[in-house]
Design a protein around this ligand. Structure first.
Ligand code: ATP
Ligand code: MG
Length: 277
């Protein structure tokens, strides 16, 4: 069948319209399911990663093996929040600026993989900050108490390598979330039986949603490679890095269990003059 010029151009615009509508519908589905966005960006999430992307929990803690994909998937979640919650603030924290920048880069790379005309565009950008046309911001900061003071109304706070962040950081971010009603994700491999990451994991109570993924559960870590690593490193280090165990730190004079056993609720504090001991 021969088409006139006019018929051809009207058929063309119908096709363009249909394709735009299909993209809009797809983006609408991604809004309600971040797993779909992850897949479009080239990441097929592991089961636990899908659970994280679909969780509505306010407080999440991920105790995961090295290289299991915890930073990657929280970066996806951070971007999803910024794109689909207008005017949101997503803070990326970690013990050092270098590590926060790394997490930020994962998020930005993922935006480059999924970004399209139907998603909010970048309005302003620097090495540690993204601002979108929907008013949302993503900011990467080194995780010290002083650098995060001044931020409020946080929608999502991601603390990477949380086991090596200072306790003061954790205590200073909690009030921010209380006011904004935002979410927090702590992710790390353990670093001994101390600090807020250990405390939240072991005593944080029902308010925290816990995920533990050791190296054997990660499909990208070959069992043979793991066996070789096990042979090449001290036992405590392997258990910590790959089996997610809170192993006693080697520099402790007393073990955590010894200190716990020495504590008593029945003894009265001993007083020496005005000072309690
Ligand atoms: N679902 C997935 N499919 C394919 N590759 C993945 C997936 N999740 C993560 N990866 C890849 O696995 C590697 C490790 O991911 P990532 O850096 O997120 O792990 P991590 O747990 O944060 O590691 P580390 O403890 O070293 O910080 C990266 O190359 C990442 O792209
Ligand atoms: Mg990481």
């Amino acid at each position: 069948m021969l088409l006139t010029k006019q018929n051809y151009s009207s058929q063309n615009s119908i096709l363009i319209q249909a394709s735009n509508n299909a993209v809009k519908k797809r983006i609408e589905r991604e809004k309600h399911d971040a797993v779909l966005m992850a897949r479009r960006g080239g990441i097929t999430p592991d089961h636990w990663q899908s659970d994280l992307l679909q969780s509505t929990a306010k407080q999440l803690i991920l105790n995961c093996s090295r290289q299991s994909g915890k930073s990657t998937i929280t970066a996806v979640l951070g971007l999803h929040t910024a794109l689909f919650e207008p005017n949101s603030l997503v803070l990326l924290l970690s013990p050092s600026l270098r590590q926060s920048t790394e997490l930020f880069r994962k998020l930005k790379d993922f935006y480059n993989a999924v970004g399209c005309d139907s998603l909010p565009q970048i309005a302003e950008e620097s090495t540690l900050r993204l601002e979108f046309h929907n008013g949302s911001r993503v900011v990467a900061l080194p995780g010290s108490e002083s650098t995060i003071r001044g931020y409020s109304a946080v929608s999502l706070l991601i603390v990477d390598e949380a086991a090596t962040c200072e306790d003061s950081l954790f205590f200073s971010i909690r009030p921010m979330l209380a006011v904004s009603g935002g979410r927090i994700i702590l992710l790390s491999t353990p670093r001994g039986k101390r600090g807020f990451f250990f405390n939240v994991w072991s005593e944080g109570g029902e308010d925290w949603n816990r995920t533990r993924i050791d190296a054997h559960q990660c499909p990208r870590i070959a069992p043979e490679w793991l066996e070789r690593e096990k042979a090449a490193m001290p036992d405590f280090w392997f258990r910590q890095e790959f089996l997610c165990e809170f192993v006693e730190s080697m520099d402790s004079v007393f073990s955590f269990d010894e200190v716990q056993a020495a504590l008593s609720d029945t003894l009265e504090p001993f007083s020496f003059g005005d000072d309690l001991i």
